[in-house]
Design a protein around this ligand. Structure first.
Ligand code: URA
Length: 229
């Protein structure tokens, strides 16, 4: 009989001893801590594009993989990822310093629109179930700067009362990293009602990322990043 999943289960028992990112990715591939795996193609774990470069590290955390990420098995490779890449380049952040991941590692969807599966927001129970993976990624990667993309990531990491609208682009202290910056999720920019709005929102997003770029360029490690606050 397959083990029943309950909303009280989390991925905690699946975290390997002495984890590395590769060991975590391998273990997460079989995660059944919440029911989302049943309708998703695969676990989409965090990754860094290219070989690790020198200098400080930055981790970007989104909400959950989208449809394209679900198929590719890689985070931020769809429309939101392309916009993130464009904004990173405009802000002067080197992709080799960046690790991208999500709060929830399986694509959640409820309905189809034509051929497309439509994204559904993860529940508090699904976020809780998945969080041990993110906490382990943070412990292993040890970012100097952590960037929360959107409310789901910001509230999962900074508390449920955190409001991105009020505190976006501000360097903050947290137990998760020496510096945390929260900003909007790129998908919210893609949903802007007009081209003019989209451009304005993209400019504001790049401005937030420039705060991250300035911190990155001004520091060699976490302690120095904190000292800048
Ligand atoms: N949106 C996210 O939050 N994460 C992804 O990986 C892709 C889209």
């Amino acid at each position: 009989m397959p083990k029943r999943t309950s909303s009280l289960e989390t991925a905690a028992p699946l975290i390997p001893e002495s984890p590395t990112l590769d060991k975590l990715r391998e273990a997460a591939a079989g995660c059944r801590a919440c029911p989302l795996w049943q309708k998703a193609t695969q676990t989409v774990f965090g990754e860094r594009e290219g070989p690790p470069g020198p200098g400080p590290r930055v981790m970007f955390v989104g909400e959950q993989p989208g449809e394209e990420e679900d198929v590719a098995g890689r985070p931020f490779v769809g429309p939101s990822g392309r916009l993130l890449d464009e904004a990173l380049e405009a802000a002067g952040i080197d992709r080799s310093q960046v690790y991208v991941t999500n709060v929830v590692k399986h694509f959640k969807w409820k309905e189809m629109q034509g051929e497309r599966r439509i994204h559904a927001k993860p529940s508090a129970g699904e976020i809780r179930a998945c969080k041990p993976w993110l906490e382990a990624e943070l412990r292993v990667f040890r970012p100097d700067i952590l960037v929360c993309l959107g409310a789901t990531a910001a509230q999962a990491l900074l508390g449920k009362d955190f409001r991105v609208t009020r505190q976006r682009g501000q360097p903050l202290h947290s137990d998760h990293a020496p510096v945390v910056v929260a900003t909007v999720h790129p998908s919210s920019i893609l949903r802007a009602p007009t081209e003019q709005d989209r451009k304005a929102q993209l400019r504001a997003f790049i401005k937030d990322l420039k705060v991250v770029a300035d911190l990155l360029h001004g520091v060699r490690g976490g302690e120095e990043a904190s000292a800048q606050l």
